[in-house]
Design a protein around this ligand. Structure first.
Ligand code: GAP
Length: 512
């Protein structure tokens, strides 16, 4: 299966098993908006809990808040979002479809890269063990021609990006005959800046209404509450404020399922520090956040840092943690050293003094900030795309299994009476009653036991507990483990401890 096909399988699986549905589906859906189903919400909540507890319980100097989606419109002027939270868009006059000009160029560059890689793979096959990739790339005429084209377009694009030259974006598209995938034509409008914030009005009458925005990041809710939390919590620098909440962006190119949505959720933490210590803290938070990811157990090789060369005007260091999604390594989390830019701007726009009196320094200053910002939905996608597997079994059958790390799995244990009679459902219900206070469990009595195992594999349940006739006598049940499919006989009284050892989130937290 190609990566593209695999991704389609994942999207279909998410729908079939109640993880993620297209929003408003009976009305044909709403682009780039998705709803979480009964399984998806459990997975999402577990991810959020892992993050929240890692931030607020394991760090005595980090506290959480929950600020509102609606905020004073001046906040978005101060933060720079009204003026500069833009994407360059271009329309095709024939198909009337809208695109991001930068994405059209980047996709074009990616295609050239793909051509070069294909050429290299052909060479590798032809020369076998004697193949020297560096030499091949430096001498093969087809690769050299594509590389020259790549360099020329890439240099023009970077210059246009630095100069914010929208006319040059269009010229690159025209000169390289980049066509609309729908109409196949190069009949493009000018490139315009498009602000990504959604706006609405607040007030009971249209005349008296104020334009307000749906927040495009949760971070500003933290900045504007900095003084409240610092004073009421008697927080001493360095300290952090964490928040999980919805954010909204009118993305022009919204694709790749829940990777880029118009309504999504962020988990952000702003760490307030003494000016001059920011690069030290930036390094520390890079390490901490990578550790949090790798600790989940999805393979250290599937994560990498991508340090930003081009920094936003307010940042003096920035990196992405990228994950190996089915469509390649892409941003999962951002870590940014934002200096005192945000607090400084709110000080200026609100007229309120936002400073910290440092008793050790005997002086007041506007704190600097290191931010960690991760998309909940991207984490869900990382977990699901890594976990979905089709396995060939020894008996020739295949099974689809979601090997979700056990502490994040939506359902921890399924309780299954072998048959729907002879007192087995009653005993199975007793097992449910024993476990349900500690774990999210599912009771299932319909279909053959094999079919029920398959259904639980497909939603990623780590343990299936089968109650059979023998159980009525010895008070033992068969516990089947999802990944190995191994089975063992366990006394009902020991079930809770056995499951807890594998699925308790605290075990993950203890390793941090
Ligand atoms: N406060 C900083 C900030 O918002 P960002 O890089 O724009 O930084 C942070 O976003 C994270 O939010 C990203 O790494 C990504 O995980 C998530 N994110 C951003 N836009 C998203 C979208 N349209 N859909 C889903 N997740 C998104």
């Amino acid at each position: 299966m190609t990566q593209d096909e695999l991704f389609k399988v994942l999207v279909a699986h998410c729908k079939e098993y109640g993880f993620i549905f297209p929003s408003s589906e009976i009305y044909d859906g709403l682009a780039a908006v998705y709803d979480y189903g009964q399984m998806g919400v459990e997975l999402k909540n577990n991810i959020k809990q892992y993050w929240w507890n890692a931030m607020t319980r394991l760090n005595e100097n980090i506290v959480g808040i929950d600020s509102c989606i609606f905020m004073h419109p001046r906040i978005w002027e101060a933060s720079g979002h009204v003026g500069a939270f833009n994407d360059p868009l271009i329309d095709n006059k024939d198909s009337k479809k809208r695109y991001r000009a930068d994405v059209l160029i980047e996709d074009f560059l990616a295609k050239i890269e793909e051509k070069m890689n294909k050429e290299v793979e052909k060479g590798r096959k032809r020369f076998g063990d004697a193949f020297d990739e560096a030499q091949f790339r430096a001498t093969n005429p087809n690769v050299l021609r594509e590389q020259a084209k790549y360099d020329e377009v890439h240099n023009r694009y970077k210059k246009a990006e630095d100069a914010n030259d929208l006319a040059e974006y269009r010229q690159i598209i025209i000169d390289n005959n980049i066509v609309c995938p729908i109409s196949g034509t190069c009949n493009w409008t000018d490139v315009r800046q498009f602000n990504l914030m959604f706006s609405t009005s607040m007030g009971s009458t249209a005349e008296g209404a104020n334009t307000i925005y749906l927040r495009p990041e949760t971070a500003q809710g933290i900045f504007v509450n900095y003084l409240n939390v610092q004073k009421t919590g008697r927080m001493k620098i360095p300290f952090g404020i964490a928040q999980i909440g919805k954010a909204f962006r009118n993305e022009i190119v919204a694709r790749q399922f829940i990777f880029r949505m118009r309504e999504f959720e962020q988990m952000e933490m702003q760490f307030f520090i003494k000016p001059g210590t920011e690069l030290e803290w930036f390094k520390k938070w890079k390490e901490q956040r990578m550790k949090w990811h790798v600790n989940i157990g999805m393979g250290a090789e599937n994560y990498r840092f991508h340090d930003h060369e081009k920094l936003a005007h307010y940042a003096n260091a920035a990196t992405d943690i990228e994950f190996n999604f089915p469509f390649g390594f892409k941003e999962l989390e951002g870590i940014h050293s934002r200096t005192n830019w945000d607090l400084g701007r709110h000080q200026q726009y609100s007229g309120r003094k936002i400073e910290y009196f440092d008793p050790e320094e005997g002086a007041a200053y506007t704190p600097y900030v290191v931010e960690t910002s991760i998309g909940v939905d991207r984490m869900v996608l990382a977990v699901l795309s890594h976990s979905l597997k089709e396995e060939q079994l020894e008996n020739g059958e295949t099974r689809v299994v979601l090997s979700i790390p056990a502490p994040l799995a939506p359902v921890k244990a399924a309780v299954l009476p072998l048959v729907k009679k002879d007192g087995l459902p009653e005993l199975a219900q007793e097992v449910m009653d024993e476990l349900k206070f500690d774990f999210n469990c599912q009771y299932e009595e319909k279909d053959s036991i094999g079919k029920r195992y398959r259904r639980q594999d497909a939603i990623g349940t780590p343990f299936c507990i089968t109650v059979d006739h023998q159980s009525l006598e010895d008070h033992c049940v068969t516990v089947r483990e999802r990944d190995t499919m191994s089975q063992e006989r366990v006394p009902i009284a020991e079930l809770r401890a056995l499951i807890d050892k594998r699925v308790n989130l605290n075990n993950l937290l203890r390793n941090l």
